[in-house]
Design a protein around this ligand. Structure first.
Ligand SMILES: Nc1ncnc2c1ncn2[C@@H]1O[C@H](COP(=O)(O)OP(=O)(O)OP(=O)(O)O)[C@@H](O)[C@H]1O
Ligand SMILES: [Mg+2]
Length: 259
């Protein structure tokens, strides 16, 4: 059984007098502990798929199965439990968090809301989470807006892993970081995957990053799947026109794609 299976996924938005399908009959599955990348040009539907998977928006058609259950049919405590197992990291943690909140507060919330640790245990848990993502416990009292972009993204990852998720959706999570910070965050994600067996739905327009972290790759074009397969195989020998265009537009790849 796949961890996540989407099928026939469709989301339309009103535009002008009619509607446009931002996501149009998309199907894919993610296995436990695996990284599936979504790539495609701007506007191809990547973030819409992320929002649909996270149930931040409702599909017009299609099914989303997560851990064997139709997310849409769940309610109450079953839904809350599933939500804890499905987390997210977005491009801009300043927008995702209250910038004036402290790091401790940001990490305390999921532990409290999901009843993971008692009030007296939580400071210790927060320190352990910070350590797990390579940050010192001295960061706990600092405000989100006072720390660096790389530190903020580590806090976002710490928050995501606080509830022991089986899947994390990352939408351009490393895109705003400079190259050296990006590399270290990618190493952290790989390390967490190896130790906690977390699966990632990894959205990126950067095929160099995709090749470094993804097992499989789905390339989107105007809301549809243009091609999919083993990430290195697709990047090394794209079959679709959009896949060839994306590879051609990734200069860092051209030097190193030859087998
Ligand atoms: N809330 C919305 N209302 C109307 N149209 C929307 C909405 N969200 C997305 N769209 C449209 O749906 C299409 C897909 O958008 P989406 O944000 O999923 O693309 P994307 O692949 O994430 O692009 P990018 O690489 O620029 O982040 C676009 O044409 C976009 O304008
Ligand atoms: Mg997007």
């Amino acid at each position: 059984m796949s961890l996540l299976a989407v099928s026939g996924l469709t989301k339309r938005y009103r535009r002008g007098g009619g509607t446009v399908a931002a996501v149009d009959g998309v199907a894919f599955a993610i296995e436990p502990g695996e990284t599936l990348a979504l790539a495609g040009p701007s506007g191809s539907g990547k973030s819409t798929i992320a929002r649909l998977v996270l149930r931040l928006t409702e599909p017009d058609a299609g099914t989303i199965q997560f851990e064997g259950a139709d997310f849409r049919s769940l309610g109450g405590s079953a839904l809350r439990a599933r939500r804890a197992r499905l987390q997210m990291v977005f491009q801009d943690p300043l927008a995702a968090f209250n910038p004036r909140a402290t790091v401790a507060r940001v990490l305390d919330d999921p532990l409290r809301i999901h009843g993971i640790a008692s009030r007296t245990e939580r400071p210790r848990r927060i320190a352990a989470l910070l350590e797990r993502v390579g940050l010192g416990a001295d960061l706990a009292p600092r405000a989100i807006h006072e720390i660096s972009g790389g530190q903020r993204q580590r806090v976002a990852i710490a928050r995501a892993i606080a509830t022991r998720p089986s899947l994390i959706v990352l939408d351009e999570a490393v895109s705003a970081l400079d190259v050296s910070v990006r590399g270290r965050i990618l190493d952290l994600l790989l390390d967490l995957q190896a130790t906690e067996r977390i699966a990632y739905l990894f959205i990126s327009h950067d095929l160099g990053v995709v090749r470094a972290v993804a097992h499989r790759l789905v390339i989107l074009d105007a809301g549809r799947v243009a091609e999919s397969g083993d990430a290195r195989a697709v990047i090394g020998n794209p079959q679709s026109a959009i896949g060839r265009a994306l590879v051609a537009a990734a200069p860092r790849l051209n030097r190193t794609t030859a087998p």
